[in-house]
Ligand binder design. Sequence first.
Ligand code: HEC
Ligand code: HEC
Length: 193
Amino acid sequence: MKSLALLFAAALTSSAACAAVDLAAGAATAQACMACHGPGGVSATPEIPSLAGQPDAFLQWQLVFFRTGQRKSPVMQPMAQALKDDDIRNVAAFFAAQKPARPANVSPADPALMAQARKVVAGNRCAACHKDDFSGTQATARLAGQREDYLLKALRDFKSGARNGGAMAAMMEVVAPLADDDLRALAHLLAHL
Ligand code: HEC
Ligand code: HEC
């Protein structure tokens, strides 16, 4: 089941390189998404992630994971099940092309939390996968400027096993040794990048 979904996702992303992406169709599909994910994919709603500027492949993988049920969400699973392969390619290309931005009204950074998080980041090679500026690449998420509440939820979901990262268990291993106050510090830092 897992390997099937993986093959399927790989086929989706690799064929995206040759198949022409229809950005206008992606923009049309995205209208329904922006009710929750915010105008231009910058979310104003707690625990709903911004999608603007996420790597195209990351967005496609997550939609396939929701569609197959490998990633659980009572909200996103039915949304993704309504998307055909072309819809996924087009809507992912649309959100990947939107300008990432921090949400409005981000609270000022707490220097103690930022310092604690920088140590955890350095000790756990987060930037090796997520890039030095945390803009993400391929199947690895953009984290810079993401909502703090959502980042904390995502980290806790990996820690509890509620989210397993599909076929790539990388994140579960990364968070396993981290304490909850490390997760809170990390979410704070990344939201302020
Ligand atoms: C009713 C609200 C709602 C709508 C409409 C909605 N989403 Fe979501 N979406 C969510 C929530 C909530 C999550 C976070 C799920 C979680 O906590 O794991 C999410 C997560 C995602 C993620 C994972 C992002 C990440 O950083 O991990 C993607 C990709 C996504 N949605 C794409 C879409 C697309 C594309 C559409 C439109 C076709 C859409 N969503 C419509 C609520 C919504
Ligand atoms: C070995 C590579 C690797 C390392 C190291 C790594 N990550 Fe990740 N991370 C990933 C991948 C791949 C994903 C996408 C997982 C998925 O598909 O669900 C991800 C997803 C995430 C997400 C979810 C983002 C979203 O929008 O849903 C967060 C938050 C995150 N990583 C934070 C971190 C932090 C903080 C560290 C360091 C403590 C770290 N990662 C280290 C590979 C890595």
